[in-house]
Design a protein around this ligand. Structure first.
Ligand code: KG4
Ligand code: ZN
Length: 367
């Protein structure tokens, strides 16, 4: 079964063709990072407008790269939420139009479910991996979500933990901003941390004993205090006024830190403080739910230090028989292959969407 997936929930316009939920024929992603970087974060109106420009060429490229003609598609899948309403609308309407014109079923996909199904995907054009065995525990860590989920079968999810405040990706992004490292923050911190010592600074971990929940807002405040003495308070040069298509705007300028600021050690210590509770609680949840597999999902799962920490903790807590599955980095951040993948397993359960399907900016994975 050939499924075309479409993803426009945030700042990536993406389309992909996947066979039977696992075999990826194409995976096209048009990133808007450069558009939003000057603002220091995603601007929803700009994102929606850019999706409108990109959606048709991205879908056409995905079909061409997959070498699939439209009539060979069996279903059209699209992310309906959670995400930015204006961005989601572009993908949902494109998917509806295609499904209607081709007389194919429309499949509405939850973005968080799609992130989890990234673990079923193989490299483009290559054989897929062995599917993760149930029951599994998933650590889903993205820019908007941080959840620990037990999955006992296809489409059967139970939330066992979540963040009480910032998402892990949000913590990375805010921390990077404090350190003047730019946007998006996760990759910037990972890069800076590679040359630093994570034991240099003592930053707090919110362990929230006897629970699988997380909290990162105190950590962000602690980093803010730690960075304070290194801030350079010299008057900044005047802002550049840019006359971009979005109208004149004041470019986002990260804080200036004094020469000699131990930026690598600060980044490494901050990264370690985010990762430790994530890895430790994931491993504990796996042991306590007798999971056979631990999977990672979401943009933060691209982080090498998190990947290593989860492997180490799961092996220590559960032994070598519990398999840790981590998607390739390109399937961790937003993409449409994961949407087409999740849709296949939903279709097998009889899930199909009607023409009245609308976007769901808030769309929890579990009821
Ligand atoms: O899943 P995603 O692409 O979009 C959402 O659904 O939110 O995740 C984006 C988040 C951003 O916060 C970004 O900073 C973070 O994932 N991220 C990373 C890394 N790559 C992306 N965080 C840590 N390390 C990375 N290598
Ligand atoms: Zn995402």
């Amino acid at each position: 079964m050939n499924i075309l997936g479409i993803e426009t929930s945030c700042d990536e316009t993406a389309a992909a063709v996947v066979i039977a939920g696992q075999r990826v024929r194409s995976n096209v992603i048009s990133s808007q990072i450069s558009l939003h970087r000057v603002h220091g974060g995603v601007v929803p109106e700009l994102a929606a407008r850019q999706h409108i420009t990109a959606i048709v060429p991205v879908v056409e490229t995905a079909l061409a790269e997959a070498d699939v003609i439209r009539s060979a598609l069996d279903a059209i899948a699209v992310t309906i939420g959670p995400g930015l309403a204006g961005s989601l609308l572009v993908g949902v309407n494109a998917a509806k139009a295609l499904a209607y014109a081709l007389d194919r079923p429309l499949v509405a996909v939850n973005h968080l479910e799609a992130h989890i199904y990234a673990n079923w995907l193989g490299p483009v054009g290559a054989a897929p991996p062995r599917p993760p065995a149930f029951p599994l525990v998933c650590l889903l860590v993205s820019g908007g979500h941080t959840e620990l989920i037990e999955m006992t079968g296809h489409g059967r999810f139970r939330q066992i933990g979540r963040t009480l405040d910032d998402a892990a990706g949000e913590a990375f992004d805010k921390g990077a901003r404090l350190l003047g490292l730019g946007y998006p923050g996760g990759p910037a911190i990972q890069h800076a941390a590679a040359a630093g010592n994570p034991a240099s600074f003592d930053l707090p971990r919110a362990w929230l004993r006897d629970s699988y929940d997380f909290s990162f807002s105190g950590l962000k405040t602690a980093l803010h205090r730690l960075v304070e003495p290194y801030r350079d308070d010299l008057p900044a040069p005047p802002d550049a006024l840019d006359s971009s298509p979005s109208g004149p705007f004041v470019a986002h300028r990260p804080p200036r830190l004094k020469p000699g600021t131990p930026i690598h050690d600060l980044a490494a210590s901050f990264q370690r403080a985010i990762i430790e509770p994530l890895a430790v609680k994931t491993a504990r949840a796996a042991r306590e739910t007798n999971a056979r597999t631990v999977v990672l999902a979401g943009g933060v799962a691209a982080n090498e230090a998190l990947r290593d920490a989860v492997r180490t903790e799961v092996e220590r807590e559960c032994g070598p028989e519990v398999i840790v599955s981590i998607p390739a980095a390109v399937y961790c951040t937003d993409n449409a292959a994961m949407v087409a993948g999740a849709a296949y397993f939903a279709v097998r359960r009889g899930v199909q969407a009607g023409w009245e399907t609308d976007v769901r900016p808030r769309f929890p994975l579990t009821g």
